[in-house]
Design a protein around this ligand. Structure first.
Ligand code: MLT
Length: 404
């Protein structure tokens, strides 16, 4: 008789955003006349920029001609895209990353879930609390965690690094030594950031204790302040301790298109074994590459026209972020985030739990957000709103919230 991977049975409930989706669908069915405004999952709403659409059309035409048709993509991604990433995201920022250290994929969610596969099962992970749930859930699936304490909402064998108002939502170096450290800045869900000096402390720490930092920089395009690093490779010594995950979802609206990449410098080694070669082995074996037309669309993100158009898109969402932030503040909420990230993190009013506030907001204002406790125990009593809605919906949502 076959057996299932019992680690999956340890996972409580469904994936956070699936649970929210089910709750909202049930509400819509019971209240078909209500106009729901969704500021929950960080999904973009603006159409793809013209430069990207143009690149798609050209690539589709190439696929229609035997002379320019492409089959399987190269394992690591097409060189035209890896070179564009290298030049614009790394060399332009003074970071020496080679094109063959960049692995193109179908998105940062998959990469952030899959990357743990190249590490031993007995590695101990450290995560910020609250945190993007994929990091913890995929380590549970892999059997790297112990048991779940439903009262504390924590797993044994994970090092939680609380990110609270007291520490400005920035994790402190853990007391217990981890093997793998997940960091995400600008942060999902709190919208917080850390300075280059703070990130350098993490890099120095990881090199000292022999840990790897898995650095999720999916929201890099939203950084507006000077002293906030755009990539971990701005820090000295990061090439020997850090993997970086990047996405085209939030900077270019590719949530439905799917494109991302992971950087693994060749110096990053466990003894003589390079993590680069392990990930290359995995990528080559389990993956056939992002579609040619999508990679051409990704290349257009770095064109002159693409850069101008995407800057306008980011500004559009950040204008929403400011609108939400200011609106909540004027209504008396305790608010943070929204300056270097498209997420606004607020304290639920009147001592409500995160899920109580979720229900309250859905029922009374017909606005969907994300309960902070879904990201970890330190997120309890907090709530996340996304700036990725349309301006009109964002304005209407704020009018409704202010009237509560
Ligand atoms: C979020 O809402 O946290 C993100 O959209 C989820 C994701 O990027 O997978």
């Amino acid at each position: 008789m076959f057996k299932v991977n019992e680690n999956y049975l340890k996972l409580p409930g469904s994936y956070l955003f699936s649970t929210i989706g089910k709750k909202v669908n049930a509400f819509v069915q019971d209240n078909p006349e209500k106009k729901i405004i969704r500021l929950g999952i960080g999904d973009v709403t603006q159409p793809l920029a013209p430069a990207i659409i143009q690149a798609f059309h050209t690539a589709v035409d190439e696929m229609a001609d035997a002379k320019t048709f492409r089959g399987y993509a190269p394992d690591l991604g097409y060189e035209f895209l890896r070179n564009a990433i290298r030049e614009n995201d790394y060399i332009a920022r003074g970071c020496q990353i080679e094109a063959d250290e960049i692995f193109v994929s179908d998105g940062a969610k998959c990469d952030s879930g899959n990357i743990q596969e190249i590490f031993s099962q007995d590695n101990k992970i450290a995560v910020c609390d609250p945190v993007y749930p994929v990091y913890v859930d995929t380590n549970v699936m892999a059997g790297r965690t112990g048991t779940y304490d439903s009262r504390k909402e924590t797993w044994s064998n994970i090092i939680y690094m609380p990110c609270t108002a007291e520490n400005n939502f920035a994790p402190e170096l853990p007391k217990e030594t981890p093997d793998l450290i997940y960091l995400c800045f600008p942060n999902n869900p709190t919208g917080s950031t850390i300075t280059k000096k703070q990130l350098q402390e993490w890099v120095d720490y990881a090199n000292k204790v022999g840990a790897v930092i898995i650095y999720d920089a999916a929201y890099e395009a939203y950084i507006s302040e000077e002293d906030v690093p755009h990539t971990i490779y701005e820090c000295e010594g990061a090439r020997t301790c850090a993997i970086e995950l990047r996405s085209f979802s939030k900077n270019a609206g590719f949530t439905g298109v799917r494109l991302g990449f992971t950087v693994i410098p060749k110096e990053l080694k466990a003894g003589e074994v390079s993590l680069h070669s392990l990930w290359a082995r995995r990528h080559g074996t389990k993956y056939n590459g992002a579609p040619y037309i999508v990679q051409r669309a990704g290349e257009a993100v770095y064109s002159d026209a693409g850069k101008v158009q995407l800057k306008q898109q980011v500004d559009y969402y950040m204008n929403n972020a400011k609108y939400i932030y200011d609106g909540l503040k004027s209504a008396g909420y305790t608010v943070s985030g929204g300056v270097n990230a498209p997420y606004i993190w607020l304290k639920a009013p009147n001592k409500m739990t995160s899920w109580e506030f979720f229900d309250y907001l859905l029922e009374k204002a017909n606005v969907v957000g994300t309960p902070g406790s879904g990201f970890g125990p330190s997120g309890e009593t907090y709530f996340r709103l996304t700036a990725f809605g349309s301006y009109e919906n964002t304005m209407e949502a704020m009018e409704r919230i202010k009237k509560l």
